[in-house]
Ligand binder design. Structure first.
Ligand code: SAM
Length: 233
């Protein structure tokens, strides 16, 4: 089923949102086809297409997001689109927010392009929730340095040299997961985060790219928090 995004969707809607009309028409959707429209706010609707040429729809079943641990990803800005790849994968898995962090060793810098880049991250997140058929659009933020980070819930910094393995983390309702840039975090950044309560965790013995590490951690935390199913005894 094709998913569309409309933050204003409601029981009373009778047309696909104007922001999605071009996308809707490009998919050659047929009369009576079922589609889904996500609000990004934790709910959405299935709908029947009445007129594919105008985007007229009839709202059917309401969709509501399942409760899940709120995972807040803090992804260091990285070159070559690696930060965007990280955001896309994390959003597909399901996160509550994504923060673009300007780390000391981030080769790429947002500086005067913060608004433009935040807009791009927003578009990537919208595309990812449609693709992965989700009802929650992550909030998108920018943070200019680790000194400004405010953790929510269990605060974890991914560090290939940490003693603690991710499998040792306890189930929780919310986590903040910080991922370093290509060259990792400086010692002063790690010390600063430790002073704010962040605990270093390792993802096995491989050193992963910054684009991979966050998604691996999120998958592990979803397993730990029970979202991916209970263990069979
Ligand atoms: N030489 C750098 C270092 O030792 O930190 C490697 C940086 S790695 C390419 C980029 C980021 O991905 C790291 O800062 C860390 O946040 C995360 N990462 C990669 N592999 C990891 C692992 N095995 N365990 C925990 N975090 C990892």
């Amino acid at each position: 089923m094709h998913y569309f995004f409309d933050p204003l969707i409601s029981e009373a809607s009778d047309h696909i949102g104007s922001g999605e009309l071009i996308h809707f028409k490009s998919l050659r959707i047929t009369k009576d086809e079922r589609i889904a429209i996500t609000s990004g706010k934790g709910f959405g609707f299935q709908a029947r297409v009445i007129d594919p040429s105008t985007g007229e729809i009839e709202i059917a079943d309401k969709l509501v997001a399942n409760p899940r641990a709120a995972i807040h990803l803090v992804q260091s800005i990285a070159k070559g689109g690696r930060d965007e790849a990280a955001l896309q994968a994390a959003t597909e898995l399901g996160i509550a927010s994504a923060t673009a962090l300007q780390a000391e060793r981030s080769i790429s810098r947002w500086d005067s392009k913060i608004e433009k880049n935040l807009d791009r991250w927003q578009q990537i997140a919208v595309a990812a929730i449609k693709q992965s058929q989700q009802l929650v659009l992550p909030e998108i933020y920018h943070c200019e340095s680790v000194s400004r980070l405010q953790p929510i819930g269990v605060a974890l910094v991914l560090d290939p040299r940490a003693e603690l393995q991710i499998g040792q983390i306890a189930p929780a309702d919310s986590y903040t997961v910080v991922v370093g840039p290509e060259g990792g975090f400086s010692q002063s950044e790690l010390d600063e985060m430790a002073s704010k309560g962040f605990v270093g965790v390792r993802l096995g013995d491989s050193v992963l790219r910054t684009s991979t590490a966050g998604a691996v951690a999120i998958g592990c935390l979803q397993l730990i928090s029970g979202e991916l199913g209970k263990r069979l005894d």
